[in-house]
Design a protein around this ligand. Sequence first.
Ligand SMILES: Nc1ncnc2c1ncn2[C@@H]1O[C@H](COP(=O)(O)OP(=O)(O)OP(=O)(O)O)[C@@H](O)[C@H]1O
Length: 616
Amino acid sequence: MHVRKKEKRPDKSFARQIGKDYLSLLHTYLKPQWRSALLMSLLLLISIGLQMVNPQLLQMFIDAALQGSAKSTLVTFGVLFVVIALGTQGLSTLAIYLSENVAWTATNRLREDLVAHCLSLDMAFHKDHTPGELIQRVDSDVDALASFFSQAIIQLVGNLLLMIGMVLVLFSKDWRLGLMMLAFIILAFVFVTVVNAFGLPRWLAFYAKNAEFFGQLGEYLEGTEEIRGNGAAPFVMHRFYLFLRQWIAVSQRGIVAVGLWFAGTMTIFSLGNMMALVAGSWLLGAHVISYGTVLMTFYYTNLIMVPIGQVRDQLQELQGAGVAIQRIQLLLKTHSLRRDDDQVRTLQPVGGTTLPVPGSHQHHEPLLAGALDVAFERVTFGYNEDEPVLRDLSFHLPSGKILGVLGRTGSGKTTLARLLLRFYEIQSGSICLNGVPLQKIGVDQVRQRIAMVTQDVQLFQGSVRDNLTFFKRHVSDEHIIAVLNELGLGRWLQALPDGLESELGGDGTGISAGEAQLLAFARVFLEHSDLVLLDEASSRLDPATEQVIERALERLLQGRTSIIIAHRLATVQRADYILILRDGQVLEFGPRAELQANPDSHFSHLLAHNLQEVHS
Ligand SMILES: Nc1ncnc2c1ncn2[C@@H]1O[C@H](COP(=O)(O)OP(=O)(O)OP(=O)(O)O)[C@@H](O)[C@H]1O
């Protein structure tokens, strides 16, 4: 039995993997740009290190001025101060430029790999995960990793080194100053840790709720027409109201956590300044240190606010990134449940990352060119393992023939087509094309050879041409125009401002449902597929358009095998064979002419009573 595995929630053992996963992601995505990454790291470290120099120059300048040193010495200190300040800024700007490049290149490749991976997963996966959720994974989760592909780790290390450096410099001036700085840093970190422990979960909950809101909103907006048309607006508003009620509480907690953080930070840093001034003035009074050293100490306590803040942010981001890494890895490790014979699930780098490529090392059997012969042999399948939708289904459709599939709503007609395209994996039995089981053919070949027109036509944001050819540039304009003319869309095309290059909205704006369906037919006409599946494909067409389609179909189906799924008897008049399904089982199968001639057949019963649907 082949059961779809549910994606597991992150567990502890998985969390332990994060470090390893993170390093593996870094390795995979930074390796191709290691030169830029290395240069960026050097620049960052130098710019961080340079921050230590200027306070010391300031100290020398003040002490030299108080001791009445030569003007030229003071000017030298001044010039050096300006040069180093500018140099630090210049280097960090360059480092930021490089790190943005490195981060964008790495995250874009990761996004590409994730999208490719999602597209390779079965329909069952896509039914379980809303588009909003996948967008969150592919975009926001990857965003959360952006700085970790570039500067975050280097900055973290650099900032820690900076703090150690400052403490050492102050120890070298006087051990009490060093101790004071050390105490301040420890205090600041304890504070950061406590506030993080309090604030982070609240902040993350706030963040998660925001994402959930946009996921829901996206779905409602997508379904605006249906929601309004069915009077479901109050229901949707009620759900929003319930959601907002929860959201407000979560937001308040999140915002209070952030507010506490800012107030606390200000307090702790003021405390640092105070400690520096008290210790400095005391040691100055005792003639242990100079004025310059007091100022330098004060400068350092101010300067150290930035690295402590950054280290806090980076640790916090690291936690966020940990969650993102977990989720990205979970997604990458979600395998397609397609089962290829003797398939060992192998991991193979795709575009950079390690992605599962089902059956990638397996030899697939080539299919002979030409119309396909289709055979179902005792096929059982259910979307849930224990609720079979198709049961023990067997039939044989010789190549080049047309099969009309009839059956009540929910009898499994669409499911049958989905199985042929291997959107789902059957639980038992076999489906063969030209006598070769689907598992041995390979999903790419299967989908190349089979074309399907469904009830729901999906158009994409893009030109008419791209929508028809799926971005294949080699299809000639003449060919596309001829097909559109044949489908009666010639006038529609002429009315478009830029002909084939006119843009279509992804949501099908500016085009009627019938026209969209005709475009879907045109797609199939432009493909050279050997098995055509038409699923209620003419349901949205008016009788006149349907006639155009009928004539066009005559030509389209020539030399191909076809399966026409229909509620209406008229739709299957051209069929050579008829399959009637009831509750996922074959109620009747045979040559149409024979069934029609047999007064006892279900088909002839339907014809005699001119039933639109099979009420058997
Ligand atoms: N993605 C899915 N997940 C779970 N169950 C599903 C899914 N798609 C369909 N089903 C169920 O499988 C059964 C068969 O559905 P199918 O769409 O194949 O029927 P159909 O004969 O094509 O119906 P219709 O004529 O209404 O299109 C139905 O009971 C349906 O509820």
